[in-house]
Design a protein around this ligand. Sequence first.
Ligand code: PHE
Length: 371
Amino acid sequence: MTDNTMTDTDDLKTHLLVAIEASASLDALEAVRVDALGKQGRVTQLLKTMGALSPEERQARGPAIHGLREAVTSAIAARKSHLEQVALDAQLASEALDMTLPADAPLPGTVHPVSQVMDELAEIFADLGFAVASGPEMETDWHNFGALNIPETHPARAMHDTFYLAGREDSDPNDRETPRVLRTHTSPVQIRTMLANKPPIRIIAPGRTYRSDSDATHTPMFHQVEGLVIDKGITLGHLKWTLETFLKAFFERDDIVLRLRPSYFPFTEPSAEVDVGYSVVKGKRVIGGSEGWMEVLGSGMVHPKVIEACGLDPDEWQGFAFGCGIDRLAMLKYGMDDLRPFFDGDIRWLKHYGFSALDMPTLSGGVGTPA
Ligand code: PHE
């Protein structure tokens, strides 16, 4: 390939620089590089001739030859990075997804059972006149404990395995603005709702809650739903009727039997834990009947101190509250026996237990019809 007529370095330089600039692809550029700088390349040949030159000639011609090699090398590098950029741009343009196009295949995702149960709860309680309320997951001590009649020294605080937030030591436990804990239950939403709304109040508050606990039936993050009714003349009878109506609608059975057991929560008086009866069918526990009892929720009449902490007169306003684990409800209704896969994000589990996004729970259609 050596062109013997073109030995003049300036002409060669011009020729090579034009060829480099004209190469339209990385392959073409590589061919030019080999032609110039390869073992048999023209610049390489020229460099080899330097050995045969006299010291004077070398001094005269050396800088031009070395200059040629440098100019060609850097022109190739510049052209190479330009061509690579062009190739990358073309690839990105060809791989672009138009997110505004309508889907032409069935939706691949499923609705998580926890979301499904939350939708079912909202649907059931909306029919009873309850609104859906919410509160922050990073909560103040005051909302999570103090206002719920759980003072700093109360043993119930230890029962909650609380996750404390950084900076807690330097802040005031009665500060109503600065978050100090991850909420250990949804009960602080009772406080926020009573502070922000005039009674009568009827709300449910589903959401995430956190406790430092982990085994087959406990995860550090889990879900609860809170219920709160504040009105005049509210009694335990209203609580029992509401829970019975809710659980019958949720499990879609009329043979739901409830058992209220006296219990203790600092924010309710009296307090009751609620068990729901189950039967054993083919060795499996099925909700309904009363062969055995399973605890499903905590409840009670809202403590006068809690009503007072929210600026209401407990002689005028009474109410009931309940709190229930949503994950547990989902397990009981849809037959999962381990809680941990709920939060693994395993696509196979989600396909098996998930619900169609288009299958919204409605009372008329049955709130829990599986996809
Ligand atoms: N917050 C309680 C818990 O997490 C449940 C509860 C809510 C009990 C409301 C009574 C009234 O265990």
